[in-house]
Design a protein around this ligand. Sequence first.
Ligand code: NAD
Ligand code: UDP
Length: 339
Amino acid sequence: MAKILVTGGAGYIGSHTVLALLNKGHQVVVVDNLFNASYESLVRVQKLANKSLTFAEVDIRDKAALSQVFAQESVDAVIHFAGLKAVGESVQKPLAYYQNNVEGTLTLVEVMKQHQCYHLVFSSSATVYGEANQPPYIETQPLGNPTSPYGKTKAMVEQILMDVAASDQRFKITNLRYFNPIGADISGDIGEDPNGIPNNLMPFVAQVAVGKREKLAIFGDDYPTKDGTCLRDYIHVSDLAQGHVDALNWLFNQQEGCCEAFNLGTGDPLSVLDIVRGFEQYSEQKIAFEIAPRRSGDLPAFWADSDKARSQLQWTPVKTLQDMMVDTWRWQSKNPNGY
Ligand code: NAD
Ligand code: UDP
């Protein structure tokens, strides 16, 4: 068992991954500045796992504070979630995104080097494939040119990490490209808790169901897809969390330095209407919606070729659409106002 430092571990994907790590018997140190999270998520994770973790309220850009955490803990590997993630906001505030996501990663990797920690799992995104690549996206396709500053930070960090690994064979790095994480832990005690109006489809649907929003706006029904709404590859957050545990095992078993990208998606494209109808069916809640104009920057359809993660990481997503819907509703109905 290893000691894993998780940046952004109090957030949505981070908290589910911390739970999976504790359940596997790993020790966990969470570094989070709580900019987009609540410490309550970690209180609940510790309760669910019946194990404790170490928490440091630190901004990853604060080199001295981060270095102190590494000095106190003997860290074997880092899973790096910390960053900003709102695509639209990144267009308005590009500097905040480059500072958090790019500068933050540079500081983290420098500190890792200082403390001889060379295993790194990075939270990348399907957005790095950009507009030019055709779905299903596969890791052999070149990095695209994402349109938003958010997407650009992910592509830049992937490139930086490839250069770092090429320069120093001690580094073992994976860039995990997430598709669309949704759902919540089966307990309904941890889940996605966005600030303000949700940008993403699933939390918006869940807030309509719980009465916090009047109706969903479906952004466009005239795309060249089966029902005119966009297609995405939705992946249960607990399957995604397991992907990090599997990626760590893979890294620990590599004999030589490496930097490899893996898609984490199911490979099954679903439309916006599939999600709305699926949620209605499995939660038994009616979702009011209207068709609205297309959202600028949305791609009509993308999904993963997930063979590489399945064969090399031996990762198998097991959750169904029903699980994704039932678990989202359990979390939202138990916690109508989040944490
Ligand atoms: P989240 O906002 O819930 O979690 C990010 C966490 O990082 C938060 O707890 C936040 O407080 C923390 N954080 C942000 N900046 C920090 C800093 N400078 N120092 C320390 N902590 C900081 O987001 P999430 O959905 O859990 O996403 C986690 C990662 O996965 C992000 O890097 C995101 O870009 C990436 N990702 C998310 C999705 C998605 O749809 N949720 C898709 C692809 C990639
Ligand atoms: N979407 C929508 N209404 C919303 C939020 C999202 O119709 O309030 C659509 C969006 O246009 C896209 C899909 O749902 O087609 C998934 O959007 P999300 O923002 O969750 O993920 P992303 O587009 O980043 O893959």
